[in-house]
Write a protein that binds this ligand. Structure first.
Ligand SMILES: Nc1ncnc2c1ncn2[C@@H]1O[C@H](COP(=O)(O)OP(=O)(O)O)[C@@H](O)[C@H]1O
Ligand SMILES: [Mg+2]
Length: 368
């Protein structure tokens, strides 16, 4: 069992000018499942590889438990890593693949047998122990790769996009498998993914990275409800949050968001934060589920109702997506399955002004 602490961790690859990991500070608690998420190239794998000891640290410190590990070789860090390309040895059986790491470390044969069978039980690959990887599906191979990590009984598991090579259905299955695994193993996990759904569903906490720097680190619902900036708001959530350009209008001692084609009144508790922006541009962020069809809500008023053209209606079974156009901005509403406005007609929708966010267009940080 172990906690991990990253202190001002940075990485510059030889010959490169800029940091690909930039002053990262992070504490991962013992037995915590933390997810690093961000777009491709933002420095997730580099961070993970530095923790594993596979990549030298340019600046900063890595602690595992009480031990400063900057100069500890990978094999002595008591960490197991699982990669996207599971890289099993094709000429070895499943059993031999899972046993390989333990054999290298000269574990006694009985202990190896015991651990491989235990892991095979957990991962449900018992039936395949004598098969070779070529005779397994992608999902089964990834289970074996997980098994290879589990048998080591490491202090920390590092997962680098372990599900990215699997098809959509298998990814969902394996996601729940990893959930169960984590409950059963009670170990510290750092899980890297570019997939925000994986991040939201799996992490105790989510660390969102962009250009090598942490944008926000918090629990999934905090990240969703209180994004630190426009990037985080846009990255987490499907469909993505609507970002609507406009300005703050101060009129008759009230504050409004003025989009140009429509106007909505700010909640009193938000006005204070937006008063300094009176007459200035801001970006309003509103999630599609926080825009309602006026016909189906009771709290509609002139202050929160907007007339727009409905350009596309997408019924998804459980909900309906409406693609709306104000003449200046396009945005999306996710409404109940029974809503079917006519296409290319005006509709009135209601913004849930308690749920909207405002971003500074220059710094992109959250105003409120
Ligand atoms: N061995 C390397 N040498 C030079 N640059 C690298 C190397 N590995 C990764 N990079 C660069 O570092 C940045 C971060 O890469 P990486 O950590 O793999 O991102 P991610 O895992 O988030 O997709 C990228 O711009 C990538 O091109
Ligand atoms: Mg990567």
């Amino acid at each position: 069992m172990a906690s991990i602490r990253l202190e001002n961790l940075s990485k510059i690859y030889p010959g490169a000018a800029a940091k690909v990991v930039a002053n990262v500070n992070l504490e991962v608690g013992d037995k915590e499942f933390i997810v690093l998420v961000g777009p491709s190239g933002c420095g997730k794998s580099t961070t993970l590889r530095m923790i594993a000891g596979l990549e030298p640290v340019t600046e900063g410190k890595i602690w595992i438990g009480d031990r400063l590990v900057n100069d500890v070789p990978a094999r002595d860090r008591d960490i197991a890593m699982v990669f996207q390309n599971y890289a099993l040895y094709p000429h070895m059986t499943v059993f031999e693949n899972m046993a390989f790491g333990l054999k290298l470390r000269n574990y006694p044969k009985v202990e190896i047998e015991k651990r491989v069978h235990e892991a095979a039980e957990i991962l449900n690959v018992h039936k395949y122990l004598n098969r070779r990887p070529g005779q397994l599906s992608g999902g089964e191979c990834q289970r074996v790769a997980l098994g290879r990590a589990i048998v080591r009984k490491p202090k920390v598991f590092l997962f680098d996009e372990p599900l990215s090579n699997l098809d959509a259905r298998m990814r969902v299955t394996m996601r729940t498998e990893i959930h169960k695994l984590r409950t059963r193993l009670q170990t510290t996990f750092i899980y890297v993914t570019h997939d925000q759904t994986e991040a939201m569903t799996m992490g105790n906490r989510i660390v969102i990275m962009k250009n090598g720097a942490i944008q926000q680190c918090a629990g999934p619902m905090t990240i969703y409800d209180k994004p630190a900036n426009k990037f985080v708001a846009g990255f987490i959530g499907t469909p993505p949050i609507n970002l609507i350009k406009g300005a703050i209008l101060h009129k008759d001692r009230k504050y409004y968001f003025d989009e140009g084609k429509f106007r909505v009144k700010l909640m009193d508790e938000m006005s204070g934060f937006l008063a300094p922006y009176a007459g200035k541009d801001v970006i309003l962020g509103v999630r599609s589920e926080d825009i309602y069809d006026k016909l189906f809500v009771s709290e509609a008023s002139a202050d929160n109702t907007v007339r727009v053209t409905c350009e596309v209606v997408e019924p998804l079974g459980s909900d309906v997506y409406l693609y709306l156009n104000s003449g200046k901005n396009t945005f999306m509403a996710r409404v109940g399955a029974h809503n079917r406005p006519e296409v290319n007609r005006d509709v009135e929708v209601v913004f849930d002004m308690r749920k909207v966010h405002f971003f500074d267009p220059e710094t992109e940080t959250t105003i409120i």
